[in-house]
Design a protein around this ligand. Structure first.
Ligand code: ADP
Ligand code: MG
Length: 258
């Protein structure tokens, strides 16, 4: 049976301010989910909380991954369990190439699993890297670029997608928070997800931006408003949203029948 990420009645505060107010969501391996919602609704708060960011305090509820409550786990422990957060390493790393960065990431994981591990042999690593780059239709020269050094939004996302391909997570969370307006970055993420999608990968794509759904076809669409998921459905929900915006949901909320 595949792994699942189960978010149960999750309440999260930032600086004492309640932001998430009872989020329920299940993402299983093999499923693609989109989480949408207006700005300020709490989407990035959810992503940061799933990552284990220390500023986000879980005041109630659970985050279960593969049967384990991960709320108290550090970010790297979550990652080792097979949870991938696309913005885990957002900083520029001067002097470190994409390939070296990825090799370190793989070795850190191997070492955590077995302290005796000597690291992935270079030929094996190179083979894996080339294989994943081919799968993602990336220029092999990308591996030799310095990580995030002068990267465009699209290149940053390309590095993230490649990292995801290399680490082979069971569930990946992608937050489009700062690239919402960059169509190139959006397309990179969507195409990457489409090439990597399969029975072993579950994805939660977080966006305020309906347009991503022109590129990724999620099986499930959820809408967050004011710290809760107020509507869930299939791809047609996103189409409805594109046509009608969020107003009908606000009205539904206000009438208390959401
Ligand atoms: P979204 O990603 O849906 O646009 P966010 O999760 O970024 O929404 O924000 C939800 C609410 O939480 C907003 O009112 C925002 O001001 C607040 N918030 C989020 N992160 C922080 C933070 N680090 N410090 C203070 N307030 C925050
Ligand atoms: Mg956001």
């Amino acid at each position: 049976m595949g792994a699942a990420l189960e978010i149960r009645n999750l309440h999260v505060s930032v600086e004492g301010q309640p932001i998430l107010k009872g989020v329920n969501l299940v993402v299983k391996q093999g499923e693609i989910h989109a989480l949408m919602g207006p700005n300020g609704s709490g989407k990035s708060t959810l992503a940061n909380t799933l990552m284990g960011h220390p500023a986000y305090e879980v005041t109630a509820g659970q985050i279960i991954f593969d049967g384990v409550d991960i709320v108290e786990l550090e970010t790297d422990e979550r990652s080792r369990l097979g949870l991938f957060l696309a913005f885990q390493y957002p900083v520029a790393v001067p002097g470190v190439t994409v390939a070296n960065f990825l090799r370190n990431a793989i070795n850190a994981r191997r070492k955590a699993q077995n302290p005796e591990d000597k690291g992935i042999p270079i030929p094996e690593f190179r083979k894996l890297l080339l294989q994943k780059m081919e799968l993602l239709q990336m220029d092999p020269g990308f591996g030799g670029r310095y990580l995030n050094d002068g990267f465009s939004g699209g290149e940053k996302k390309r590095a993230e997608i490649l990292q995801m391909a290399m680490l082979e997570p069971r569930i990946a969370i992608m937050d489009e928070t700062d690239s919402g307006l960059d169509i190139d970055a959006l397309r990179v993420v969507a195409e990457g997800v489409n090439r990597l999608r399969g029975p072993n990968l579950g994805v939660l794509v977080i966006t305020h931006y309906q347009r991503i759904l022109n590129y990724i076809k999620p099986e499930f669409v959820h809408i967050m408003m004011d710290g809760q998921i107020v509507e869930s459905g299939g791809p047609d929900l996103a189409l409805h949203l594109e046509e009608h915006g969020y107003v009908w949901l606000r009205e539904k909320q206000a009438n208390g029948d959401a």
